[in-house]
Design a protein around this ligand. Structure first.
Ligand SMILES: [Zn+2]
Length: 480
């Protein structure tokens, strides 16, 4: 009978430049791992079967306290069998701007060898893809006049569990806290959240830019794997003034730039986007009129939203559930909330719009009046007594303050850069269109106007014309 060896994350050995190697505590044996993103309907034993391992091994490898509760989009370390798993073998996670040729060159191998190792049909790779690279010590890239060798990183990811601190995570892995902060572009190390995936690097991430066209110095995407219903930030730095345009998921990206050197574009990944790999395409024109293109393959993970609740609507349901009324109101809002204002009013993370309990989250589907109408819930609800103050969670300019049929007494704030927030069902409204509001300013009170089952504030946010989860904005800063 085979005994499953106890493997704990403390035993991860970061072998300098040699990729991931996980060593069993009580033996010399080595495991090579990859990352599996949990899809809808998957359970642990089925995932274990996929990788020819056991549920117990995966549970131990990931410190799963309750293996029966996996979340869609959760990232699991799983051992790979059937590959060369010696101490010098390693994995590489594809980062923005990397091409297969550049990765191969950094590890002293060829694109063909990597394709063969990973069963890739062609040279197409995507950001976040975990490649088995061989491996071998990385070799310095022969850059003319440069003696800097690209450092190749050992990457382990860690999924945050409730109650963990970044300090404890850094201690667990034996790395500097600052290393984790910089590798994950964390704006505020005090704020991490359950199920957040953190990259735990052994050394500095690679600076491989072979895949970027000449005017582009760097390119990154936050987060590295996108999620339906969440925000994405594209940041492009050029080494000369350029004009930049881009598209992803049929959206035209709107970039903000002060100097035509640093460009930031925000987009919302629509709820309902199927998990998969999608291209982000960019066009660049330099001041001499030369045109370049740049393309990145970006993974979108499932949001894990569910069909939650049935709402009994009180009031005149002939008006309130009338599709014509609903569509007209949505068109009005879309016209306001899809504009792009290059001026940014917000700074850092958003606050909360009310000191009240969250009663319903973003993205879950709801049925109204016993299933006669089904809608995806595109905001976060705060239950509070009528008269509870509603705060502006960030600075901005009021663009709509009106009484609507479904949303009741509604306020929309333009925060700039294509970011809008909406406040529905209020009882009182203290602002008018054109007003500039500051973070924490009282803009109204919670109520039950419009299509509701009781008093609450519905808080909604749109980014680049797409409704997204507003709570992400209270955790992550997208302003730089
Ligand atoms: Zn709501």
């Amino acid at each position: 009978m085979a005994v499953v060896r106890r493997i704990c994350l403390l035993c991860i050995v970061l072998l300098g430049c040699a990729g991931i190697s996980i060593q069993a505590q009580d033996s010399e044996s080595q495991l090579t791992v990859t990352i599996h993103v949990v899809q809808r309907g998957e359970y642990l034993t089925a995932i274990a079967d996929l990788y020819d391992t056991t549920a117990d091994v995966i549970a131990r490898l990931n410190n799963l306290l309750d293996p029966s509760s996996l979340e869609v989009g959760q990232r699991l370390l799983v051992p790979i069998s059937g590959v060369d798993a010696g101490p010098s073998s390693g994995l590489h996670i594809v980062r923005p701007g990397e091409s297969l040729a550049a990765i191969a060159s950094a590890y002293g191998t060829t694109p063909e060898a990597i394709m063969q190792l990973n069963n890739l049909p062609d040279t197409t790779i995507y950001i976040g893809l975990v490649l088995n690279v061989g491996l071998l010590a990385p070799t310095p890239a022969p850059a003319a006049g440069q003696s800097v060798a690209p450092e190749v990183t050992s990457i382990v990811t860690h999924t945050v569990v409730p109650g963990e601190t970044l300090f404890r995570i850094a201690q667990t892995y034996g790395v500097e806290l600052a290393t984790i902060v910089s590798a994950n572009s964390l704006e505020n190390p005090q704020v991490i959240y359950p199920n957040q995936t953190l990259i735990i690097p052994g050394v500095t991430p690679p600076q491989i830019v072979d895949g970027l066209p000449p005017p582009i110095a760097s390119f990154d995407i936050l987060p590295i794997v996108l999620t339906e219903g969440q925000t994405a930030r594209f940041r492009v730095v050029s080494n000369q003034p350029i004009a930049l345009t881009g598209t992803m998921l049929s959206q035209t990206l709107n970039f903000s730039t002060a100097d035509n050197l640093l460009f930031i574009g925000l987009m919302g990944v629509p709820v309902g986007t199927q998990p998969g790999i999608y291209p982000a395409d960019f066009s660049i024109m330099d001041s001499a009129g030369n045109n370049y293109t740049m393309s990145a393959n970006v993974r979108v993970a499932a949001g894990g939203y569910v069909l939650a609740e049935d709402i009994l609507v009180t009031g005149d349901s002939n008006i309130l559930l009338d599709p014509g009324v609903e569509q007209a109101e949505e068109n009005t809002l879309r016209a306001f909330m899809s504009q792009f204002n290059p001026e940014r009013y917000f700074e850092g993370q958003f606050g909360l719009p009310a000191a009240a309990t969250i009663t319903s989250g973003f993205g879950n589907s709801r049925s109204y009046n016993a299933g006669s109408t089904i809608r995806v819930h595109l905001g976060t609800d705060f239950g509070g007594a009528p008269g509870t103050p509603v705060f502006a969670p960030a600075a901005g300019r009021v663009v709509l303050a009106d009484m609507l049929n479904i949303r009741g007494l509604a306020t929309v704030i333009d925060h700039g850069w294509g970011v809008y927030s909406g406040y529905w069902h209020q009882t009182e409204q203290y602002v008018r269109p054109g007003d500039l509001v500051q973070t924490g300013q009282v803009i109204g009170t919670i109520g039950s106007s419009g299509r509701v089952s009781g008093p609450h504030l519905h808080w909604e946010m749109w980014v680049n014309g797409t409704p997204i989860d507003p709570m992400e904005w209270t955790i992550i800063s997208f302003s730089s």
